[in-house]
Design a protein around this ligand. Structure first.
Ligand code: ATR
Length: 288
């Protein structure tokens, strides 16, 4: 990939992010900073794509010569119908957030889960092997994270969900991938007190702006030895993280997940190491 870094005929490389809505996205700020820091001539734009136009928009990637795009809400599942190849992890997770255009062949990847795990390892827990992890929620975000987490050989992964049956379905689906189980809200207390949990990860939107006072689990169930991680990055410190920090837990927020999912996408598109710190700085300044 490294020697194909131009859009053809000296044109800039083209990138974008497709979603609906899309005006709130921080990806253009982050990737523009990445391209500049890497010394590449390119442009990354927000693309407002409504669901009924998704198929045409994906064809447009090839027609317009885009090198790659990110896919965000609500298209991550539906887009799988329109790409040529789906990476194995994205297939298992059931969602694509990154497309690479290799000479007209579109390949779909999921960088959310691996992005989160890279962030967790670099910023909070360098070695996840043998760790006991509680994951709260089992939607699309949780699927990416749990899939990537199981590759790290954890001691156990317990998925807790408001709708317990959904957590059980996921645990059954991926039982062959590692030590995974499910629990309902009523079993949380037992799991957190007896399950030797090292890491708690909130994947739900509970606590996200503007509902910032809400907690996905009762804070009394946390212990100081736990690392508490929240996928949310607006606010940077959710009520869960505030409460966890106040009892002495190490905390980790969702900013790194956003940065590293973008870093993996950048690396797939360009074949170059992503300038992660420039990307993080750009996101932070766009949040202010
Ligand atoms: P995402 O792609 O962000 O993961 P999703 O697929 O809609 O979004 O999944 C949201 C997850 O957060 C689900 O596990 C959901 O629980 P249910 O399966 O019971 O719906 C969980 N969730 C969302 N809002 C919640 C709330 N207020 N309390 C508890 N769990 C919540």
């Amino acid at each position: 990939m490294g020697n194909q870094l131009q859009g053809g005929h000296g044109l800039p490389l083209l990138f974008g992010v497709m979603g609906d809505p899309i005006s709130q996205t921080k990806s253009p700020a982050m990737h523009s900073a990445a391209l500049a820091a890497a010394g590449l001539t390119g442009t990354y734009v927000p693309l407002h794509v409504r669901p009924e136009q998704l198929e045409d928009a994906i064809k447009g990637i090839v027609a317009l010569g885009y090198r790659g795009v990110n896919i965000t809400v609500p298209h991550k599942v539906d887009v799988m119908k329109y790409v040529d190849v789906i990476d194995e992890a994205a297939k298992q997770i059931g969602a694509v957030n990154t497309i690479v255009n290799e000479g007209g062949l579109l390949t779909g990847y999921n960088t959310d889960g691996i992005g989160y795990i890279r962030s967790l390892k670099e910023e909070a827990v360098p070695d996840l092997s043998g760790k006991h992890v509680l994951v709260i929620g089992c939607g699309g975000a949780a699927r990416g994270i749990v899939y990537a987490l199981l590759k790290e050989k954890p001691g156990s992964v317990v998925i807790a969900n408001r709708t317990a049956a959904k957590a059980q379905e996921l645990a059954d689906e991926w039982a062959h991938l590692g030590p995974i189980s499910a629990c309902g809200a009523g079993e949380l207390e037992r799991v957190l007190q007896e399950g030797h949990i090292d890491i708690v990860i909130n994947t739900t939107s509970v606590g996200m702006y503007p509902n910032m006072g809400e907690l996905p689990i009762p804070a009394e169930l946390l212990s100081p030895h736990m690392v508490v991680s929240d996928l949310i990055y607006n606010p940077l410190k959710t009520e869960l993280l505030v409460r966890a920090e106040s009892i002495g837990c190490r905390i980790h927020n969702g900013l790194g997940m956003f940065v590293y999912q973008g870093a993996y996408a950048f690396e797939y598109w360009t074949g170059r190491p992503a300038p992660v710190e420039a990307m993080r700085a750009a996101v932070l300044s766009s949040l202010q």
